[in-house]
Write a new protein. Structure first.
Lengths: 278, 306
């Protein structure tokens, strides 16, 4: 029992079984995704019987009978995600400056709570509330309502990496610029902005993914006839999972992974320049 | 102007103090108008009268909450009895969310600890691998799970293929499937905050405990766990809250019989059978439960900080 004393090095840190559980954790997280990705290349029409490797379902996604619906949904998704993420990133950058470069102020905690409010309210509640709001002001549901709803919940996702980045940048840089008679705008644009850029880009990409992925809120505030990729996929699987849905899912999966990797690499790229933190 | 800057230090972070309102304004206004106001409006709607084709009539009414809690018979003239239908849905949702939280903790804690004790390079890779599913479309993850466990899905096909079973095991459309789905959906939410806590943990404490003849499980129980408790609490709240209001896992994995709060709320806003005030009331009850959970969490965290 008392082996802790005699063990060498960092053995007191080690717990038997933890490695296996960690591997199991990754297995649980990835197995369903990998299985779907594999089956999306299945040549067989029967969804679970393996009939050899083929791209036929990908061909079906782009040129099959549902291609037009899927293309329009994808286009909507991209337009919404770009608009919502751009506006949210601009607002979040500005808010990060207000929180971290404008001194301490009364209500700073309330302000932070307000910015992170969309993260705390359950999605289904936000969805219901937003639907009721647009309905009561007589705003027709459609692309516009989706963009507005997405912008709101994208703000905190963009804010967090931007604020984390800005926190690591010493105040001496903009102070030096201001001392040399730069205006506040010039000090931001020419000095702070380039330093913050990795955080801003990383925030934008995360907001973009979050918007691209959203289903519940979109499902409530979209008008009839307007579909995004997730709502189109949801609509399609109500009647059963078809192989082409596996292909679309795999494509969307790939886009998400690509964007997260990009965001992560950009975030790391910046954090290696230690001098910024004095 | 230039002279004032000589004070350095404290003044550096307040260069933009004079335009603070303009900087924070856009985010504040957006969130207040399109988030806070709608939630308040939803609270108002829960006290209105329903319109039959969806929507409301602006007449004050407690009908939505009455329908939630009381059963007054088919014609509404019997003495009120407790209406268990909806309460049971909420209790079941709480049980499912609690189950998901426990499962996530059992797998998530060892994983987070394991990752935090890796050398720098391997740690980054592990962390990255756990983070990716966090950002992958929840709908697609749930669909994947549905594909995997359905009657003619890969798991059953393989089990039959290797001769372990003759008939497919029924997993889809059961409570078990919902439980697994919630666990699978929110597992990364448990790992990441616990990782952050263990990473800040001072391992000299564990070493000291080992030097004083504590075996590693005693150390875990009395030294490590109390130190990383705030991270564990954060992970639990991050899993519990979205699980409670989850829509996709019960909808795609649970089928019609395994209703959870999310499906109940959604149903009230779809089509002619909808009842907006009742849906708003259901969402209000959910929101209140979440606020209570967050309140206790915040109080516990506040106490931990001293």
């Amino acid at each position: 029992m008392k082996q802790g004393r005699t063990a060498k090095g960092s053995d007191f840190k080690r717990y038997p079984g933890f490695v296996q559980l960690a591997v199991l954790c990754l297995l649980i997280l990835y197995a369903p995704l990998i299985v779907v990705a594999i089956y999306s290349f299945n040549a067989s029409t029967s969804i679970t019987l393996w009939g050899g490797f083929s791209f036929r379902w990908y061909y079906d996604v782009f040129f099959g009978p549902e291609a037009d619906v899927l293309k329009e949904a994808a286009w909507n998704s991209i337009v919404i995600a770009i608009t919502a993420a751009t506006v949210a990133t601009a607002f979040a950058t500005s808010a990060a400056m207000g929180m971290l470069r404008a001194g301490r102020f009364r209500g700073q905690r309330v302000s932070f709570a307000l910015i992170s409010l969309p993260l705390m309210v359950p999605e289904i509640v936000t969805a219901v509330a937003t639907l009721i709001f647009f309905n009561s002001i007589g705003f027709d549901r459609g692309l516009m309502t989706i963009v507005v709803a997405h912008t709101v919940f994208c703000i905190p996702f963009a804010y967090l990496p931007i604020a984390a980045r800005l926190e690591g940048i010493s105040g001496i840089y903009e102070q030096a610029a201001l001392d040399l008679y730069a205006t506040k705008w010039e000090a931001f644009r020419l000095v702070l902005f380039p330093l913050m850029a990795p955080g801003i880009l990383s925030g934008f990409l995360l907001a973009f993914i979050i918007s691209l992925d959203d289903f519940i809120i979109t499902n409530f505030v979209k008008g009839a006839g307007v579909e995004t990729l997730p709502t189109a996929i949801y609509g399609a699987i109500r009647t059963g999972i078809e192989p082409n849905i596996l292909a679309v899912s795999t494509l969307l999966l790939f886009v998400s992974i690509l964007l997260v990797t990009l965001s992560w690499l950009i975030g790391r790229m910046g954090s290696n320049d230690k001098p910024l933190t004095e | 102007m230039a002279g004032g800057a000589a004070s350095g230090g404290a003044s550096v972070s307040s260069a933009y103090a004079s335009v603070r309102g303009w900087l924070l304004g856009p985010s504040w206004v957006t969130i207040v108008i399109f988030m806070l106001l709608p939630v308040l409006l939803m609270a108002v709607y829960s006290f209105l009268t329903k319109e039959f084709r969806g929507g409301v009539i602006w007449d004050f009414s407690l009908a939505a909450y009455d329908q939630f809690f009381f059963d007054r018979g088919l014609f509404g003239d019997e003495p009120p009895k407790i209406q268990w239908t909806y309460i049971i849905i909420y209790l079941r949702s709480m049980a499912q969310a609690a189950g998901a939280t426990i499962l996530c903790l059992v797998i998530g804690f060892p994983t987070a600890y394991f990752i935090a004790t890796r050398p720098e390079k391997t740690r980054t890779i592990w962390l990255f691998l756990v983070t990716i599913p966090y950002w992958v479309n929840l709908l697609i993850r749930t669909v994947s799970m549905r594909f995997l466990i359905r009657d003619s899905g890969p798991i059953n096909e393989w089990l039959i293929g290797i001769g372990l079973i003759d008939d497919p095991i029924r997993m889809i459309n059961t409570n078990f499937a919902v439980q697994i789905g919630l666990f699978y959906s929110y597992l990364p939410f448990m790992v990441l905050p616990i990782y952050a806590a263990v990473e800040r943990y001072n391992f000299a404490l564990s070493e000291a405990a080992a030097d004083l003849y504590a075996d590693r499980w005693v150390t875990l129980r009395y030294v490590l766990l109390p130190s990383v408790a705030p991270g564990i609490a954060a992970g639990c709240i991050l899993v519990f809250v979205p699980s409670l209001g989850a829509f996709l896992a019960p909808d795609l994995l649970g089928g019609a019989k395994n209703f959870m709060i999310g499906s109940l709320v959604e149903e009230q806003f779809k089509g002619a059978a909808g009842n907006w005030p009742f849906g708003a009331a259901c969402a209000m009850v959910l929101l209140s439960m979440v606020l209570v959970a967050v309140f206790f969490y915040a109080r516990a965290q506040g106490r931990a900080e001293g």
